[in-house]
Design a protein. Structure first.
Length: 217
């Protein structure tokens, strides 16, 4: 495996910014998109449960409707790939059993060997007092890890991104047919390539000083 140098990684992270205007004529190649898709799938989550889904909205008419409930942000329509990030609203034993079966399949073991792990997750996420009310927030935290992961992955490929939280989540759910399901809109990520006229690309990145954000004990 070839690793990035320290300098190259920082250069890529400095290059990244929240694109305000995408070039609608430039599309992410199939190969690069599959890499970004895999970055979503490979994102870490608590217990490895992945309590989220990602909707890649490519339908132009649907994107137009989503733009209307996203403060009319042009990125929704002009980006190459538009990813809506969904969080899971509940957790039950059947979902955990599905995850355990998948784990056994991937690792080539008997699911019975994972009984202790399975029961521990059920105790913590299904049976614990008051846990049901906390699952949506917990799921959202896991989804946001993947949210950050895909933006970092995109930067390493010199693909632009813009995180979008300025949207009406309830109307997204309605437009995307999610109202009666267990997954609901949290945010979205527009991906593609910056327009040459996006002046924000020329602005210096502003961050608080490192010593204000990072402390050593």
């Amino acid at each position: 495996m070839t690793s990035l140098s320290n300098e190259t990684l920082i250069e890529m992270l400095n290059w990244r910014y929240a694109v305000k205007r995408f070039d609608p004529t430039r599309k992410i190649s199939d190969g690069s998109w599959k890499t970004l898709e895999k970055a979503l799938v490979l994102s870490p989550s608590s217990y490895g449960l992945q309590p989220y889904q990602f909707l890649v909205v490519q339908n132009p008419e649907l994107r137009k409707k989503l733009r209307a409930v996203s403060w009319n942000q042009s990125q929704v329509e002009d980006c190459s790939h538009y990813v809506v990030i969904l969080g899971k609203g509940s957790m039950d034993a059947s979902y955990i059993d599905h995850f355990i079966q998948r784990t056994a399949e991937v690792r080539g073991i008997d699911a019975a060997q994972l009984a202790g792990y399975r029961n521990m997750i059920v105790d913590n996420l299904v049976k614990a007092p008051g846990i049901a009310e906390r699952i949506p927030e917990w799921s959202a935290k896991q989804a946001y890890i993947a949210f950050g992961n895909i933006m970092t992955a995109a930067a390493t490929l010199q693909i632009d991104a813009c995180p979008i939280e300025g949207l009406d989540a309830a109307k997204y759910d309605e437009l995307l047919g999610l109202k009666d399901g267990d997954y609901h809109t949290l945010a979205a990520c527009a991906l593609g390539y910056r327009h040459s006229d996006d002046n924000y690309a020329k602005s210096k990145k502003v961050r608080l000083k490192t010593e204000e954000l990072v402390r050593y004990l």
